[in-house]
Write a protein that binds this ligand. Structure first.
Ligand code: FES
Length: 126
């Protein structure tokens, strides 16, 4: 995964409050497709839906299946193994068999790149 893990640009004051890690150029994301990255020992997936990006740990809380293989619609990811769904903004499970949340991470676009903060609990609170 070339390019993953760079540090945030110092010139962007909007990004000063967290330890942002660059995952890739925004142009490398196709709408509706997820990509996986290893960031500081955490496997995450990042997906793009239109102009919105989501990032979450790449493991279902039910049995650990990779969520990067699941469909994403309206900010909700479907686990392809047993059908649990998760809100990618909060990480909360929305349907069984999962009953525990997944880790989700704030995402920002800056300098044409996609940045993820592993220290954030939710994209809703950067
Ligand atoms: S592993 Fe995802 S619902 Fe079972």
């Amino acid at each position: 995964m070339p390019g993953a893990g760079g540090r945030r640009p110092e010139s962007d004051p909007q990004m000063a409050e967290r330890a942002w890690l660059r995952v890739a150029s925004a142009a490398q994301f196709q709408d509706g497709r997820s990509r996986t990255f290893q960031l500081e020992g955490v496997e995450i997936f990042v997906c793009r839906r239109g102009e919105e990006f989501f990032a979450a740990e790449n493991a279902c809380s039910h049995a650990g299946f990779p969520l990067a293989d699941g469909d994403v619609e309206g900010g909700i990811v479907l686990c392809p193994l047993h059908g649990a769904t998760f809100d990618l903004r909060s990480g909360e499970p929305l349907s069984p068999p999962a009953d525990a949340p997944i880790r989700v991470f704030p995402v920002r676009l800056s300098d044409g790149s996609v940045w993820v903060a592993l220290d954030g609990a939710s994209p809703a609170s950067p």
